[in-house]
Design a binder for this molecule. Sequence first.
Ligand SMILES: Nc1ncnc2c1ncn2[C@@H]1O[C@H](COP(=O)(O)OP(=O)(O)OP(=O)(O)O)[C@@H](O)[C@H]1O
Ligand SMILES: [Mg+2]
Length: 313
Amino acid sequence: MSDLVIETAQLERSFGDVRAVRGVDLRVRAGEIYGFLGPNGAGKSTVVKMLITLLRPTGGSATVLGHDVVTEADRIRLRIGAALQDASLDEKQSGREILQMQGALYGLTPSETDQRIQELSSLVEYEAIDRWIGTYSGGMRRRLDLAASLMHNPDLLFLDEPTTGLDPTSRAMVWEEVRSLNEQFGTTIFLTTQYLEEADELADRVGIINGGLIVGEGTPDDLKRAIGADVIQVQVDDAEAAFAALEALPVVERVERGPRALLVSVTDGAAAVSPVVVALDAAGVSVGELTLRTPTLDDVFLELTGDRIEVSA
Ligand SMILES: Nc1ncnc2c1ncn2[C@@H]1O[C@H](COP(=O)(O)OP(=O)(O)OP(=O)(O)O)[C@@H](O)[C@H]1O
Ligand SMILES: [Mg+2]
């Protein structure tokens, strides 16, 4: 098998007239954490469901761990783990019962299952393991669901928005677990997220999906570099005049209108601040707050899609 664990070619999925995924090419290598970043409705979950063989593509092709998602679905299912966005854990079951059921599903003996539950101690809260899921907090459910997806030691793990709706502490715990799985066992992780910060924090490479199409891909640093080394964020009273004045400046690579300020991409921020201020002054534009920062993935997203990512918890 090649070292590509996920490979898709013009993968598509339509639901009637809705073209949810419109020709996606992905190449995910063994051992990497791949972040699949996009806003609500971008097509992230639809791609995940095709890769884990829950949904058939309506066009293109995909292989996972060297097997075709349509003709060899069974071969794939045994070797992957998935914690889905809409995981519906049975409220009336205890944490232990869920893990035991998952163990049985993958052919583990009861003693192997018990041992595995011990090994997953960082995700399983023992004082709560015999309680009904109905009494668990959102963070506890997510971690239990993650533990369930890991019962059979999968080589490849799919996490669909693992931290959406979690508080910062629970989010940090999930991040820690994802990193440690990847570092200790070399598990390849395909993770979808709406959080730029999360992709930046965890992913070796990021693919940005919007409207069913991949609009950018690279390491977080590559993506940030692609839009210029630094961003000067400046509040002005007259955006039109400022725009014209700045676009004409040689030190300026690009000017975008952000929600509250103009975002000016430049190669050398420190050197560019003064010419930017002088040019705005000469154009009769009055400058409010001005900050210099390195670009974030949010800037990349704006650049690629013309839109800020709208995060809904
Ligand atoms: N079963 C379905 N029937 C009809 N339309 C669907 C179905 N599943 C998804 N869609 C549509 O496909 C598009 C992509 O949905 P998808 O769930 O893949 O987005 P997403 O990126 O996971 O979004 P979110 O961040 O909100 O989870 C949306 O327009 C959605 O309404
Ligand atoms: Mg989704």
